[in-house]
Design a protein around this ligand. Structure first.
Ligand SMILES: Cc1cc2nc3c(=O)[nH]c(=O)nc-3n(C[C@H](O)[C@H](O)[C@H](O)COP(=O)(O)OP(=O)(O)OC[C@H]3O[C@@H](n4cnc5c(N)ncnc54)[C@H](O)[C@@H]3O)c2cc1C
Length: 327
């Protein structure tokens, strides 16, 4: 029995007949997907939401200070609040990986996941991004042995150690500060350009720490060590003796499912219109993975939440249209 919100009068008979048959399938458990789930379930849609990591990239943020309504909240806590709210209105949340989605002859979509298969009438792809790799010799060899892609997750292992943080955006900035907070001995914050792209407030905070040095115009060319990371070499020939490297150089959009469905891709992102519709009827998309957020600086929780709202309302309209045969 679903817990219904203000839309208790809306017919959700599919859930009773077949729990694997829903109005809407949302792929992604980040802020875009969780917001879409809240709006769609409140609009009376039966919703299944499938995602691999809880909270998506937001779940990696140790301290969020720019989500309105909270002076400070951790990514995990914010994700937990969003999930609870979506579930309250009936969203079924599944932790699993979606391996394929196919459009069926009747216009519905079949979702194949390692936690079961679902059939849905409409889809929201909120698949966000995954970490970008440095692509240098030694990187793969030392993943988990000094090479990390999440300073906020792994900082605690580097107390009294010397580390490098690579990147110039907000994730690199907050990662650098997280390492300083746990008592890393020395942190070299490396930017490949002569400027930093992060919010100014982070630079002010970094400048107040005496165990952080910002190095500009530097690129790692190789990582070396025996059992764990021991040194990094750079494009200018210099070498730093270190215990760890944090690559915080942005994300790669997860567009593979969209591509396989025939969604148009532009600049490596899922192309959507102002209503978050893709070119494939019945398929909507929201969040970091879309062409609405081309500028990496705008990859934020607030922007994802906004697009999740638009996509959900579009999906609800689509379902209503199916009932009156407008689509
Ligand atoms: C360390 C860090 C700190 C940050 N700090 C802040 C901050 O302080 N403030 C702020 O506003 N923003 C911050 N951001 C950015 C913010 O987290 C992202 O902009 C936001 O999470 C994007 O939301 P999204 O829902 O579009 O995608 P994501 O959060 O990337 O979520 C994507 C979801 O899709 C799922 N997925 C993808 N493919 C599949 C598949 N095949 N099967 C199943 N599931 C799949 C993933 O598992 C995940 O659940 C930070 C990011 C990082 C990495």
């Amino acid at each position: 029995m679903l817990l219904l919100g203000p839309s208790e009068d809306i017919d959700k008979e599919e859930d009773v007949e077949n729990p694997f048959d829903k109005d809407l399938g949302i792929i992604g458990l980040g802020p875009a997907g969780l917001t879409a789930a809240l709006y769609a379930s409140r609009a009376g849609l039966s919703v299944v939401q499938i995602g691999l990591d809880y909270g998506g990239q937001m779940g990696l943020a140790m301290e969020i200070e720019n989500y309105p309504g909270y002076e400070m909240i951790s990514g995990v806590d914010l994700a937990d609040k969003m999930r609870t709210q979506a579930e309250k209105f009936g969203t079924k949340i599944i932790y699993g990986e979606v391996s394929a989605i196919e459009k069926m002859e009747d216009g519905k979509f079949s979702i194949k996941s390692d936690m079961g298969d679902y059939v849905v009438k409409t889809l929201i792809l909120a698949t966000g991004g995954r970490h970008r790799e440095l692509g240098v010799p030694g990187e793969k060899e030392f993943v988990g042995k000094g090479v990390s892609y999440c300073a906020t997750c792994d900082a605690a292992f580097f107390k009294e150690k010397t580390v490098i943080v690579v990147g110039s955006g907000d994730a690199a900035a907050t990662g650098t500060l997280a390492l300083a907070d746990v008592g890393a001995k020395m942190i070299y914050w490396i930017s490949r350009t002569d400027y930093l792209k992060c919010e100014r407030i982070y630079i002010e905070r970094v400048k107040k720490r005496n165990n952080i040095a910002i190095l500009y115009n530097k690129q790692i060319t190789e990582i070396k060590g025996t059992n764990t990371v021991e040194e990094a070499t750079f494009n200018d020939g210099s070498v730093l003796k270190i215990d760890g490297i944090f690559a915080e150089i942005g994300s790669i959009p997860n567009i593979e499912l969209a591509e396989s469905l025939g969604c148009e891709i532009e600049n490596g992102l899922i192309k959507i219109d102002d209503d978050c519709k893709t070119n494939v009827p019945g398929v909507f998309s929201a969040g970091d993975v879309t062409t609405k957020i081309v500028n990496p600086l705008m990859r934020q929780i607030t922007t994802s939440v906004g697009l999740g709202t638009i996509a959900a309302l579009g999906a609800a309209e689509y379902i209503q249209g199916l009932k009156t045969k407008q689509y």
